[in-house]
Write a protein that binds this ligand. Structure first.
Ligand SMILES: Cc1cc2nc3c(=O)[nH]c(=O)nc-3n(C[C@H](O)[C@H](O)[C@H](O)COP(=O)(O)OP(=O)(O)OC[C@H]3O[C@@H](n4cnc5c(N)ncnc54)[C@H](O)[C@@H]3O)c2cc1C
Length: 372
């Protein structure tokens, strides 16, 4: 059955066409590039796929394939956004392996699709979250009552030596290894971070005395009303695992990030040493979401050390366990529920507070199942 998106109720799958972006040449300020003086970004003013979109509702007993044929008759191109309703388990999108179904799920492979997905959600008052590798997220067993947008925007451009522009879905570890291999330093730490460029920028990921913010030149975002903006490093503020983006109310998503790195003959060697140290000190083969707590500021002691000294290394609650290898990692040792992880987090906070009078703060991003 074909219907306008507006009349949709609880679909299990819906699709609508994304017109091929008509590219406007928008000047990318600040970067002197001999080969390319401007970058192509889609012009948002030229289409509004939401208003013209038709969708398909998958009903039980009818195959999606049958409906795809119907919808293709209406569309001028085959570049669809595929919204999956009620089926996608968030456990599949998280390195912790925890999370129930989301109401809608869509993957985006380029910025036009991302803008279309954002516009669709905004125009239909559906709350949404953008997810990279889910390596810093704790999803709830109850799922998410909105739309999860999985970021698969994975392009990488070398603008000039040492300047890399990466799609926000590009694997951050791959970028780190690549830059170091090509003789540029600044992202040595990134080789061991299993997230995306967008997630690392949003979280200001860091390790080994380095952090993402140190290498950022510009960040391209899309706002909730679908506008592209390019923000320069000086427009942004970063702190320990904090970025302006965490408080930017009109930002919908980071689309691309340009990094400016310094030539370094020893970068690759350093990056390999960091990775080796990480292999020995972190539970990399277990399911986790990295460090659960931020290190307390100005105390000279890490959250992991505090948890260990509080006697909680190896402590478990159901399937949720404080890692035997690194006490700031909670691992899903098998069948852990989100509730068990949350209870263990509360237990650790209470114990560290009682023992040392220090209040730990979560670094992990808990995604609430319902809007409250
Ligand atoms: C084994 C392991 C080791 C780790 N080691 C480190 C470490 O050393 N240092 C460190 O800092 N972190 C570490 N982490 C945590 C994690 O990998 C980083 O925070 C990473 O940058 C998160 O990226 P992601 O794509 O997985 O983000 P996700 O977990 O998918 O998302 C995290 C947050 O960022 C937001 N976000 C993601 N993409 C975008 C986007 N394009 N636009 C806007 N918002 C976005 C999400 O909405 C969410 O709020 C580790 C994790 C694991 C599992």
């Amino acid at each position: 059955m074909l219907t306008k998106l507006e009349t949709l109720s609880s679909p299990s799958s819906l699709r609508f066409p994304v017109p091929a972006p008509k590219l406007n040449q928008r000047t990318f300020h600040g970067i002197q590039n001999n080969q390319r003086s401007s970058l192509s970004l889609p012009s948002l003013g030229q289409f509004n796929p939401i208003k013209t979109a038709y969708c398909i509702i998958s009903k039980q007993g009818r195959s999606d394939r049958e409906e795809e044929v119907d919808v293709s008759k209406l569309c001028l191109n085959s570049n669809y956004l595929d919204f999956v309703g009620g089926k996608k388990l968030l456990s599949e999108l998280s390195t912790l392996g925890i999370g129930g179904p989301c109401k809608y799920f869509v993957q985006v492979f380029n910025s036009s699709q991302l803008v279309s997905a954002i516009r669709y959600n905004c125009e239909h008052s559906i709350r949404f979250i953008i997810v990279g590798k889910g390596s810093n997220c704790l999803f709830d067993d109850l799922g998410f009552d909105g739309c999860v947008i999985l970021n698969r925007i994975v392009h990488l451009e070398k603008i000039e030596p040492g300047i890399y522009r990466a799609g926000s879905g590009y694997p951050f570890n791959r970028l780190g290894i690549q830059c170091c291999s090509e003789g540029f330093g600044g992202l040595e730490f990134a080789g061991g971070i299993p997230g995306t460029v967008g997630g690392a920028t949003y979280m200001n990921a860091g390790a080994n005395g380095q952090e993402t913010a140190d290498t950022i030149y510009t960040v391209e975002i899309v706002t909730i009303d679908g506008r592209h903006q390019t923000l320069h490093r000086n427009d942004l503020s970063f702190g320990y695992r904090r970025s302006s983006f965490q408080k930017m109310e009109d930002m919908a998503a980071i689309v691309a990030v340009t990094f400016q790195l310094k030539p370094s003959a020893s970068a690759r060697e350093r990056q390999q040493a960091y990775l080796q140290r990480r292999r020995l000190s972190q539970p990399l083969v277990e399911m986790s979401a990295g460090s659960v707590f931020r290190n307390p500021a100005g105390l000279g002691i890490s959250a992991g050390e505090l948890i260990e000294r509080a006697g909680l290394k190896g402590f478990s609650l159901g399937g949720a366990k404080v890692s035997d290898i690194h006490a700031n990692f909670i691992i899903n040792s098998g069948g852990a529920t989100s509730q068990e992880i949350l209870e263990l987090i509360d237990f650790i906070k209470a114990r560290v507070n009682i023992t040392f009078g220090i209040k730990l703060e979560e670094e992990i991003q808990y995604v609430k199942p319902y809007h409250t």
